[in-house]
Design a protein around this ligand. Structure first.
Ligand code: OGA
Ligand code: MN
Length: 197
């Protein structure tokens, strides 16, 4: 919490315990066929732009995706802690699985839409076994002092940052790259698609 408050982002290694990791990786494999090309913009304002963003996503639904119950409770706990110690008033979330095929990248952006500004904390869990130097796919964080930080998408690592103020990009990945990515929200999206606590 302190680090996020100070730097606007925080990186936590081994955030995912073995059992949660296994559940997520198995779920990922089972659903890979159902992923669709990710767009940019909010739900009613979607555009597919492969030059900007190359990943495929699978939106999660808490009621449907009960095999992920241990993940949902981890997210609940995280929201609870943010609200308790940072008074963020988080009241919902939206999460998807993301698959960047080889060569996939995501240009520099903020996790905010023009017409919806309730994304407060971005939360990314990486699921990549044996990620090596040279595999690419780093998350590039643009820091306030003008420097950038490259974060490797290592298995079980979690990155959180303030959605509205931290510009970031995903560098081209040299092999398939897997993550669970989501946003903790300050007001529910009211779009029907997302499951909220
Ligand atoms: C995103 C994003 C970063 C990552 O999905 O908006 O910036 O490291 N993802 O996967
Ligand atoms: Mn992003």
């Amino acid at each position: 919490m302190d680090e996020l408050a100070l730097n606007d982002y925080v990186i936590i290694d081994d955030f995912l315990r073995e059992d949660r990791l296994n559940v997520l990786q198995a779920f990922f494999k089972e659903h890979l066929e159902a992923f669709t090309k990710a767009g940019i913009g909010a739900l009613n304002d979607q555009m597919i732009r492969s030059d900007i963003r190359g990943d495929f996503t699978y939106w999660l639904d808490r009621k449907r995706d009960t095999p992920l119950d241990s993940i949902w409770s981890l997210i609940d706990e995280t929201i609870h802690i943010y609200n308790r110690y940072c008074y963020l008033g988080l009241s919902g979330y939206e999460f998807h699985l993301a698959h960047y095929p080889t060569g996939g990248h995501y240009d520099k952006h903020l996790d905010q839409f023009n017409n919806r500004n309730n994304r407060t904390i971005s939360m990314i869990f990486y699921l990549n076994k044996n990620w090596q130097k040279g595999d690419g796919g780093e998350l590039e964080i643009y820091q306030e002092d003008g420097s950038t930080l490259l974060v490797e998408p290592l298995e079980a690592r979690c990155v959180m940052f303030k959605s509205a103020v931290v510009p970031h990009a995903v560098l081209a990945s040299n092999k398939p790259r897997y993550s669970l990515t989501g946003w903790l929200l300050q007001q529910p999206s009211k779009l029907g698609q997302f499951s909220l606590t």
